[in-house]
Write a protein that binds this ligand. Sequence first.
Ligand code: 7TS
Length: 408
Amino acid sequence: MANTTLDIQTIRKDFPILNREVNGKPLVYFDNAATSQTPQQVIDVIVAYYQNYNANIHRGVHTLSQEATDAYEQARKKIQNHFNAAKAHEILFTSGTTHSINLVANGFATILEKGDEILVSALEHHSNIVPWQMLCERTGAVLKVIPMSLDGELIMTEFYKLLSSKTKLVFCNHVSNALGTINPIKEIIDAAHNVGAAVLIDGAQAAPHRKADVQALNVDFYTVSAHKMCGPTGVGMLYGKEEWLKKLPPYQGGGEMIAEVTFEKTTYADLPHKFEAGTPNICGGIAFGAAIDYMNSIGFDAIAAYEHELLTYGTEKLLAIDGLKIYGPKQHKASVISFNIEGIHPYDIGSILDKLGIAVRTGHHCTQPIMDFYQIPGTVRASFSFYNTKEEIDVLVAGIERAKTMLL
Ligand code: 7TS
């Protein structure tokens, strides 16, 4: 892999939080898969909103409301362009991936029938499992699981065996949060469409690392959380093909999602408002657009190349630690390293690393079925972003060695 063209030290200056100390040590932030950090450029947009044009949208004739509405709808356009959706109204603002998935699952309750089958990958986050189980309880549909291999990859031959004319929906993440696996989503989408099934791809972990082109993928639904890609928490998006969004019923009822209301009958607004009841996270939506601008100014090709360098370096350094085992694929993965040290509980390593200023996530990462598959209570997960450095990985390695001497 060629050397990065990114000037990491300059990029790091965009992130004020990277200057802070934790427990008297410089922060090493390796919990990016949970939430990424926020650059000053996005923080400035948030501050400017509340200082200058905080107002409710789509409903006021006054100037502030117009300005807020324009900025919010511009953000929708930015998101549309970034993910190459054909139409702006195919982008729905949600509170994040969990909300997006529940919106789709709720809608399919009116479409699925008893005995219909839905396939879900073994690599899913709980937010892409539980809503489908709830949907099955409501409809009598049956949930089937595409199994995974010991290398943390989906077993595609089993997927093809499960696929049939009964399959109505297929759900899979683009990138696994627990293992970093990049799933063959184009193959999954095409095969599912061949049997007439719709496909939802959970892009929460892919969006921070790579651009997804929803038209080229021909995906029916794609979900993203802004807080994993340099934006704020509490906002995200659901891309849905227009034909599906027209077919699905609204998720929540309330203001802004109606065309006309009487006590006898209510008619719904056009897309996207039909799915956007109530006052949304206006500032969050605008800041989500700013986060996309920021990441594009860095460049996704450069981000991918640099994060791959960090992954290769980190994998090599961590594997050199005696007793350390990495879970997940050896290649074709995002910059996530999930590991355990023989004889030590992941929580204990995470606690000692925190004392050293190093933030990692420990536990089941909301993917209990993956942990059950490996018969482990959890892992330690270090997830890298484009603002991390090899020197920080060296600090992590030293921290793990320190934890070993204290705990073994
Ligand atoms: N899907 C995937 C693949 C995820 O990684 C997450 C969050 C979600 C869905 C839910 O996203 P939310 O923004 O709606 O909460 N994953 C993680 C994680 O790995 N550690 O903390 C949150």
